[in-house]
Write a protein that binds this ligand. Sequence first.
Ligand SMILES: *Cc1c(COP(=O)(O)O)cnc(C)c1O
Length: 356
Amino acid sequence: MATVQTLIREEVLALSAYQVPDARGLVKLDAMENPYPLPAALAEELGHLLARAPVNRYPDADAKALKAAIRRALPVPGDCDILLGNGSDEIIQLLALAVAKPGAVLASVEPTFVMFRMIATFTGLRHVACSLRSDFTLDVEAVLALLERERPALLFLATPNNPTGNAFARADIERIARAVPGLLVIDEAYYAFGDTSHLDLAGLAPNVLVMRTFSKLGLAGLRLGFLVGPKHWLEQVDKLRLPYNVNVLTQRCATRLLESYDQLAAQAEAIRVERGELERELAEVRGVEVFASEANFLLFRIAGAAAVFDGLVARGVLIKNVSRAHSLLADCLRVTVGTRAENTRFLAALRETVAV
Ligand SMILES: *Cc1c(COP(=O)(O)O)cnc(C)c1O
């Protein structure tokens, strides 16, 4: 009889599951969610729309209406295709599966989004990474050396980056795009909170794909991400997509919400304003160093970060302790920008914690 130890792949046994802490009863500022609910009139309309959705039928496997709505709302280059995922996490997995030949490499820079490494492991790719500089900017020479040495099939760059919050320089990304031996995937999960878009690059460079998600725009519960790039790449990745990966409720909701994209963008703008306030106030707390952010969260350093994190939880506020994720993140915590009231509670809890 097989046991867990003999049957399950070694690299799976060695993984720890992605941790989602229980946030019940806490101010939840750990997961980069948009703190605002949908505008009431829109929510009402969605209710009626969903009541008529044919849940007895399989959804449109190509999600044609939704893709058309994405093209109307966003500047997707005309000669590029769109591939939809059940969150952008699924898209990372599809890309990895598509290139997972024996010995193939998935590369990233670190610290960054943990799913790049985790998905490489699931899919049997070798993960390699080079470090960012200590100010979290790209060390382009190090990236170019890694490309030369490892010849990765995929290079993921998240900009703005998670958990550091900074965006990488466009000129650096273009230099890297010219040098990649495989595909460069630019992950723009936080584009709505910054000032740069790389969607155009997907049309200009032959081996650049751009990935976005609706999760950080207020729709994390819908699970929808998309990838933009040349048709000859996307049609191969599409073969691995399970045919009904985006359900009918998500398709209908997102198609309607994209018609009101300005309302989602207005919430993102409100979050940017709150980020500015939070950054100023956070910087004034004793012992805190805040890093500049173009995302909907702030990374900050404080001595004894793990104890500070626990002190916040004890006072009803959940953020993220990233201090053990990478040596550049020693004593760093990450807080998602919430509503003014949530940010005020966080700041009060932090001031109390450091005063103890
Ligand atoms: C949150 C996040 C994603 C994943 O978003 P989904 O919810 O799966 O669409 C992808 N990349 C980065 C960098 C993120 O922070």
